[in-house]
Design a protein around this ligand. Structure first.
Ligand code: ASP
Length: 344
């Protein structure tokens, strides 16, 4: 058990935030993260114990894998008692997938795990990385009534802290890169950091952390579009080993009513595939009873993903498929909120 000064652990996985400009060549390259205090000396002013764990080699987050998520979960697990909070420095491209995955893997989390990164490298003059890093440190250290204010996996970016499993990266240009269309921010930073306490999940204090490390990746995503080709869709739904199919549907969960498409979904479900309906829209929920085009999917055995993001649905399936073989159990858990990823 730790005592005394606030202690935070940085997990540095890579991404733009960890780049500096080589003074000679001008090229952007990852810097040794042991030197974080050298790059952001402002952090010393907090007076916290700051330690770091650098993944080797640092990766562009497009190279992220479930194997790295397991490693992240293990680093958090083995350092859980020694630190008050964790800050994960990560590329923005797949940050929402990683934050979603970690939210499912870390059951009964009682401490902050704050993901952040930047659109411009720490070493560049107009970097957004410093602000993001400094605010993430403040959030990870925040305590009220002897409890961390944010015992959640969050993403801090620009001026907002979001629940990680509610986010998607939606902007390549802006410093404001993430959207949480179906859930309010957990905190907003301006002159002060203002916490939205009623939006934060506080687990029962007596529950201990359980780390789930078994992830099954036999999942496919089918994004619907007008003019889908029967042969291609049948090949995907019939892929060997497939256990779950995420359908990204139109609007409130609608799909074309072509008999071949509905038949293909029905046969997939009958073969034991978990088929989940997620909307292509960023805001709002699937409601398969609203239109005939949605109801037909429900009749074929496709289950609703309600207002889950695609990132949450995919990583939740990896987690549930890794834990259960019983399709009914997986389907039941997919439709209920486990970590605040669905609006109850
Ligand atoms: N491609 C980078 C990554 O995701 C972009 C970033 O860091 O923002 O690692």
């Amino acid at each position: 058990m730790k005592t005394g000064k606030t202690s935070l652990l940085f997990l540095y996985t890579g991404g733009t935030i960890g780049m500096v400009q080589d003074p000679v060549t001008g090229v952007l390259k990852p810097f040794g993260f042991d030197n974080i205090l050298g790059e952001v000396p402002e952090l010393k002013k907090f007076g916290y114990n700051l330690s770091s764990y650098a993944f080797d080699p640092p990766i562009d987050s497009s190279d992220m894998t479930p194997g790295v998520w397991i490693k992240m979960a293990e680093v958090i697990e083995s350092n859980y008692d020694r630190f008050d909070g964790f800050i994960v420095l990560h590329g923005t491209d797949t940050m929402s997938y990683s934050a979603s995955a970690l939210s499912f893997m870390l059951e009964n989390l009682q401490k902050p795990v704050i993901f952040t990164g930047s659109q411009l490298p720490l070493g560049s003059l107009r970097t957004d990385g410093k602000e993001n890093l400094i605010s993430s440190v403040e959030i990870a250290a925040a305590v009220k009534n002897d409890r961390p204010v944010i015992p959640e996996v969050g993403i801090f970016f620009e001026n907002r802290l979001y629940r990680g499993n509610r986010t998607s990266k939606y902007n390549v240009e802006d410093f404001n890169a993430f959207i949480s269309g179906n859930y309010p921010p957990l905190a907003e930073s301006g002159v002060h950091i203002r916490y939205n306490y009623s939006a934060v999940r506080y687990p029962d204090k007596d529950l201990s952390l359980v780390v789930h490390k078994n992830l099954d990746t036999r999942i496919a995503i089918l994004k619907l579009f007008p003019g889908m080709n029967q042969q291609v869709v049948e090949a995907l739904a019939g892929a060997q080993g497939l256990r779950a199919l995420v359908l990204e549907t139109f609007g409130a969960g609608n799909a074309p009513g072509d008999p071949w498409f509905i038949r293909c979904m029905k046969e997939a479900v009958e073969r034991g595939i978990v088929a989940v309906n997620i909307t292509q829209c960023r805001i709002g929920s699937v409601s398969m009873g609203t239109y005939e085009t949605g109801r037909r999917l429900a009749d074929a055995g496709v289950i609703t993903g309600l207002d889950m993001t695609l990132e949450a649905a995919v990583t939740k399936l990896m987690f549930l498929l890794g834990m259960h073989t019983d399709k009914k159990k997986i389907e039941a858990q997919m439709q209920k909120s486990l970590r605040g990823e669905i609006t109850d």
